[in-house]
Design a protein around this ligand. Structure first.
Ligand code: PPE
Length: 304
């Protein structure tokens, strides 16, 4: 689906019209995948648009940049403000927010240290990432034949643009085989995450997700799910998972900013079933929290 356009995109401190937000074809990051980015959502609340855990996302953006030795020419406070300004300028209440830090035009060759650093922030309305049907009835997943990055090859702790070619290989394989999404194992064969989501299983009433050391991104939604589940009195832990733990789980779901909380109803043609009670409860609390309907989680909302 083509991106629904909005009015303005923030580029290096200025709001420029959507159609004029252009870059040179010799932009370093286009050639070498040397950017870092974030995916954030703003939701409509009684008090206007609020960006969900904006500061946590921007902190992760700065950590990603640090890993790749990219010096962002703004403070995190300035980027937080710029995200709010972009949402305000576009008069959208509920939208996806995409800040990207990229190495710009001026230098070619692999040494990224000489290239200029540019920052852009775009916002647009983005519906259910894995489909409305997926949100309510669950998606069908395939374990990918492509492995997640080894941390000493490409660090999964960073959200770098280039690392998503790995996700895309897995995504294409899954879609061409007739599934909705792929689950990726790490080089040791343990479950890491999905192409753009973290993964959770429910087993005997406990909620289990792979540790970051298994190659999972340090997901903001993952963290929110763990907090919600703990507050519901559910036993939550990180644990190594084999693919068969997914096949035999009582419930499985994936979560991420774009995917929100999407139940999984089938993995490699093994039926997990319709969304289970804990998945539905966590979905319910999460969707209420992002809309500002749960007092306990009001500090997660950053009003624009
Ligand atoms: N793992 C990966 C690999 C990942 O890309 C995401 C976010 C997550 C886990 C969940 O992280 P968080 O959003 O902090 O809960 N993926 C983003 C990109 C999606 C896209 O297609 O682009 C997102 O959800 O915004």
């Amino acid at each position: 689906m083509p991106i629904p356009t909005t009015e303005k995109i923030w580029m290096d401190g200025e709001l420029v019209p959507w159609d004029e937000a252009r870059i040179h074809v010799l932009t370093h990051s286009l050639h070498y995948g040397s950017g870092v980015f974030e995916g954030i959502r703003a939701y409509e609340t009684r008090k206007g648009a609020a960006i969900f855990r904006l500061t946590d996302h921007i902190d992760r953006l700065f950590r990603s940049a640090k890993i790749f030795t990219i010096e962002i020419p703004y403070t995190s406070g300035q980027i937080v403000e710029a995200c709010k300004e972009t949402v305000r300028a576009n008069d959208v209440r509920s939208c996806y927010v995409r800040p990207i830090v990229y190495l710009g035009y001026g230098e070619m060759g692999l040494n990224p240290l000489l290239a200029p650093v540019n920052v852009a922030i775009a916002v647009w309305p983005w519906g259910a990432y894995l489909g409305e049907e997926g949100l309510t009835h669950g998606v069908r997943m395939k374990i990918s034949s492509w492995r997640r990055h080894d941390p000493n090859i490409i660090p999964p702790a960073a959200k770098g643009t280039g690392q998503y070619i790995n996700s895309q290989l897995a995504k294409v394989e899954a879609i061409k085989a007739g599934y909705d999404e792929a689950i990726m194992l790490n080089p040791q064969g343990l479950v890491a995450e999905a192409t753009g989501e973290n993964i959770f299983i429910v087993r005997d009433g406990s909620l289990i997700t792979p540790p970051l050391s298994a190659g999972a991104l340090i997901g903001v939604t993952r963290d929110s799910v763990m907090a919600i589940a703990r507050d519901l009195g559910v036993d939550v832990r990180e644990g190594d998972l084999h693919r068969t733990d997914l096949y035999t789980a009582d419930e499985v779901f994936v979560c991420g900013t774009a995917a929100e909380i999407t139940p999984v109803r089938e993995i490699d043609d093994r039926v997990v079933g319709e969304p289970g009670p804990l998945t539905k409860k966590i979905q319910e609390v999460f969707f209420a929290a992002v809309k500002g309907e749960v007092e306990q989680y009001s500090e997660w909302l950053e009003h624009v």
